[in-house]
Ligand binder design. Structure first.
Ligand code: FAD
Length: 474
């Protein structure tokens, strides 16, 4: 009899793969995780340099999924949460060459300077002007314009979408990117009137459970500390420097071939979980040579991703005149004055990310707005940043630290039709036994979403008969 090396192989050690392996291991399953890089984490990695903490991808997490909360709780003393500082609530938009504070609530929305009088009147007229969507899958831009007017849609929603997806609100699907907002849009003509009725409809209903971590958090040592802690918890189940090159379907499972430091090896397994970025997932699906796997790969090939460069710039405190009190600012896509997508005041949000006498800025370049900027080298990007940010942030000296991280396929873009495509993929997957997909190209790009998808996938997997069940005919 062909003995398997393990029951589950997870391919890819980013947060999606790590969370999948974690939940499988918690369910008592025999799992191996193969990661091609020398370290786990994928884009959730942190560099430590000259007293700075340099996040290479994500910068903060919003923990909304109870199972994610549980995972972080299970890691116990191995990780320590760092909540965002109080100033992080203050956010800005770059408008007409100035930084305009984003309103903290609906009332200040009407007194703030970021909307014209016409824009404010259109906002107030939402109960009269708003309409239900014409189609089933509107874009975020169409939704925002229909409810709140073009000015709000472009300046606020447009900038927010750039901040989360690096994308274009006029091309992204509301339903796929913000599912709960999509549901409200389909059900209620006016979101304003719906909002007013919520407290009345809540009377007598149980309160939502209290969340342990509210708001944005990071961790002592950065987000990379969480990736490392999960990997430590998984112990020998994790193998780094192992790049999976092909997957072969065998009668009762799969043979996964990988290159371990240049040496070709293979593992027999019953289940395969693809937790790689979308491009590598398509390649591995093609290597399987089955008709269904090919069809899934072809569906995935239609998902575009945008490139992003994160430019971490460290400054002496005395070289920045601006007080940097706040989270930073986003640049609406219609603004011509700045080439960048936004700038986070990283050391104001998480003071441990820079030595006490330094500031750390995180500048985002590329995205759907200026993808060609991702091709520029560090010197060119730093020169552009200094040129465009000098007056705005009162920069008086050059950065003492420059670090860049480039993501050629940073964030998958969910265009209208995405939700339907994911439904088709799930339908196709149901006829490929024991093959599973997790990752940010399916149902949510945030870390919280990746962990939620991992948990849901594991729940489905552990509900399937195990190998022992199959052998005993159970
Ligand atoms: C610049 C940037 C900023 C972001 N900011 C935030 C933020 O602030 N908050 C937030 O919640 N989200 C943020 N996100 C989104 C979030 O970080 C990602 O969606 C998430 O980390 C993706 O995790 P993943 O495990 O699906 O993929 P990845 O992190 O890409 O991991 C995939 C892993 O698979 C491995 N792999 C690939 N091919 C193979 C192979 N053949 N064999 C073995 N291993 C392989 C890779 O080496 C990698 O380690 C950001 C993303 C980017 C790019």
């Amino acid at each position: 009899m062909n003995r398997r090396n393990c029951e589950y192989v997870v391919i890819g050690g980013g947060v999606s793969g790590l969370a999948t392996a974690w939940y499988l291991s918690k369910a008592g399953r025999d799992v191996r995780l193969l990661e091609k890089n020398p370290a786990v984490g994928g884009c959730m990695r942190t560099l430590h340099q000259d007293g700075f903490l340099l996040e290479q991808g994500p910068f903060n997490v919003l923990v909304r999924d109870p199972a994610f909360e549980q995972l972080l709780g299970d890691l116990g003393d191995d990780i320590e949460v760092e909540p965002a500082g109080p100033d992080a609530k203050m956010r800005y938009l770059y408008l007409g060459g100035r930084l305009v504070p984003l309103p903290s609530g609906p009332a200040s929305l009407l007194t703030s300077r970021f909307l014209s009088t016409m824009g404010k009147m259109r906002l107030l007229a939402e109960p009269i002007c708003a309409r239900l969507p014409k189609g089933d899958d509107p874009t975020i831009g169409e939704f925002a314009t229909r409810h709140f007017g073009a000015e709000f849609a472009q300046n606020v929603l447009g900038a927010f979408v750039t901040g989360v997806f690096g994308g274009d609100a006029d091309r992204l699907s509301l339903k796929a990117c913000f599912p709960s907002l999509g549901r409200l849009d389909r059900e209620y003509r006016s979101l304003f009137l719906h909002g007013l009725s919520v407290p009345i409809r809540r009377i007598g209903k149980p309160k939502n459970p209290r969340r342990r971590w509210k708001g944005l958090i990071n961790f002592v040592g950065g987000l990379g500390a969480v990736s490392d802690a999960i990997a430590r918890g998984l112990g020998n189940a994790v193998s780094t420097n192992c790049e999976v090159t092909s997957i072969e379907h065998r009668s009762e499972g799969y043979c996964v071939t990988y290159s371990a430091s240049g040496v070709s090896q293979s593992l027999d397994t019953r289940h395969v979980v693809l937790a790689t970025p979308i491009g590598q997932a398509i390649g591995l699906l093609e290597s399987m040579a089955g008709e269904r796997a090919g069809q899934i790969g072809a569906l995935l090939a239609s998902v575009e991703s945008v490139p992003l460069v994160v430019l971490n710039l460290g400054f002496r405190r005395e070289d920045i005149g601006h007080d940097l009190k706040g989270f930073g600012f986003l640049v609406p896509p219609t603004e011509e004055g700045l080439s960048f997508l936004g700038v986070l005041w990283a050391s104001s949000i998480f003071p441990s990310h820079a030595p006490p006498d330094r500031h750390l800025l995180r500048v985002f370049a590329g995205g759907a707005k200026r993808p060609e900027l991702a091709q520029k080298n560090d010197g060119e990007l730093v020169a552009l940043a200094m040129d465009e940010l000098r007056d705005l942030l009162e920069l008086r000296g050059d950065p003492v630290l420059v670090n860049s991280c480039r993501h050629a396929h940073a964030v998958p873009q969910y265009y209208p039709g995405h939700t339907e495509m994911v439904r088709c993929i799930r339908a196709q997957l149901s006829s490929v036994p024991n093959l599973h997909l997790v990752g940010n190209y399916l149902e949510g790009v945030s870390i919280n979403d990746c962990v939620r998808q991992a948990r849901e996938t594991v729940q489905k997997m552990v509900a399937l008969p195990t190998e022992a069940d199959a052998r005993s005919g159970g």
